[in-house]
Design a protein around this ligand. Structure first.
Ligand SMILES: [Zn+2]
Length: 131
């Protein structure tokens, strides 16, 4: 399944960032997905639930924001939103269009929990070397 690889990549990036921040848990991962991608929300959530157990993101919420397709007409310069199969310019009917938006797949944010006492587990383990 296509979405497994996508979610795996999202999780790698999210967990890496959370670990660098000293997080003990990821509570929410927010992503933006363009309408023109082949990604299906249900499959994305299924993959997320399948891949997160045993990681920092176990039990986290995956929030998906969809953005519509948007193009600029190469003939008349009109910018307009459109569906997957009706890309022609509504003003002049031209097909020489430049896609501005609709193929994105990005991580908007990762919500994390930090240790309550504020101690950094990495700093603790390195104490032994301070002689
Ligand atoms: Zn046009």
């Amino acid at each position: 399944m296509h979405e497994m690889g996508i979610v795996s990549g999202i999780l790698d990036a999210s967990i890496g960032a959370a670990e660098r921040s000293g997080a003990i848990r990821i509570t929410e991962v927010s992503v933006t997905i363009g309408e023109l991608t082949e990604i299906v929300d249900d499959a994305l959530h299924f993959a997320f639930d399948a891949l997160t157990p045993g990681t920092l993101a176990e039990g986290a919420t995956l929030t998906v924001t969809r953005v519509g397709a948007r193009s600029r007409c190469g003939d008349c310069g009109t910018e307009y939103e459109h569906g997957r199969f009706d890309v022609s310019c509504p003003a002049c009917g031209g097909y020489a269009v430049q896609l501005l938006q609709g193929r994105e797949l990005s991580i908007d944010g990762v919500e994390i929990d930090l240790p309550e006492d504020g101690t950094d587990p990495i700093a603790q383990t390195s104490d032994a070397s301070q002689e």
